[in-house]
Design a protein around this ligand. Structure first.
Ligand code: HEM
Length: 216
């Protein structure tokens, strides 16, 4: 019997195992590989940051509904809020007129639309929250190092990957996983969470593909 169907497996473990292949695929996208290897430039990184703004506006908009959900409130952490950090990054990367300069891709709008569409559904929100925030706290920290090494971004421009209110990332990630495990989802909701997590990775990949068409 596969891990994904064992009833007593914690949700965090189901998500980790269930999205392992999606993660590998996202990591292997041309845009990510080239950005991480130093083959691209600050403009490519800035374009990614602009896409993230729209995604996180939707995600953090959805989190307000979850705050009011008796079961979900514990999954919303103020210290994860990313929109103000992305706005600071964009102001640095594009200059003061950044709002007029950024270009949001259709793939990004589709991603954000999906997040808005599912807001109010705890399993779906959990999937999107997991895919982005745990990713930012994990691979995101590697991205931050690489952006410094290859493109000289240090502090300014990479605030998105900096969590000043999370002193120990590993401890926080464990706490986040416990909150996922304590959501008290029924089997149908667990299945919905896993399905939406696959979809969330897919939506990220589609954005990376669109970015590759421009920058790679
Ligand atoms: C730049 C490319 C990436 C690198 C180098 C990377 C690297 C990693 C690493 C090393 C971990 C494991 C951390 C740990 O065990 O504590 C991880 C976890 C994770 N990554 Fe990535 N990642 C990348 C891209 C992505 C993307 C594009 C997403 C989704 C949008 C993502 C989502 C996640 C998630 C959700 C986890 C948590 C897995 C779990 O413990 O349940 N990552 N990543």
């Amino acid at each position: 019997m596969s891990l994904a169907v064992e009833e007593d497996t914690p949700l965090s473990a189901l998500l980790r195992e269930g999205t392992r292949a999606d993660h590998g695929a996202a990591n292997s996208e041309d845009f990510i590989e080239q950005l991480m290897s130093g083959a691209l430039n600050r403009a490519a990184y800035a374009d990614l940051s602009a896409q993230l703004l729209v995604v996180y506006e939707a995600l953090e908009g959805a989190s307000t509904a979850v705050r009011d959900d008796e079961r979900g409130a514990g999954l919303v952490f103020n210290e994860l809020t990313r929109v103000p950090a992305i706005e600071r990054d964009l102001a640095f990367l594009y200059g003061p007129a950044w709002r007029e300069e950024i270009r949001i891709l259709p793939a990004t709008r589709e991603y954000a639309d999906r997040v808005r569409e599912i807001s109010g559904s705890l399993p779906h929100y959990a999937a999107h929250s997991y895919t982005r925030y745990l990713g930012d706290l994990s691979g995101g920290q590697i991205v931050k190092r690489m952006m410094k090494q290859h493109y000289g971004l240090d502090g300014d421009g990479v605030a998105f990957y900096t969590f000043p209110d999370i002193p120990k990332i590993k401890v926080f990630k464990d706490a986040y996983r416990s909150r996922l495990d304590d959501l008290d989802l029924d089997p149908e909701e667990v299945a919905a969470t896993l399905a939406e997590a696959h979809h969330a990775f897919h939506l990220n990949r589609v954005v990376f593909t669109a970015l590759a068409e421009i920058h790679c």
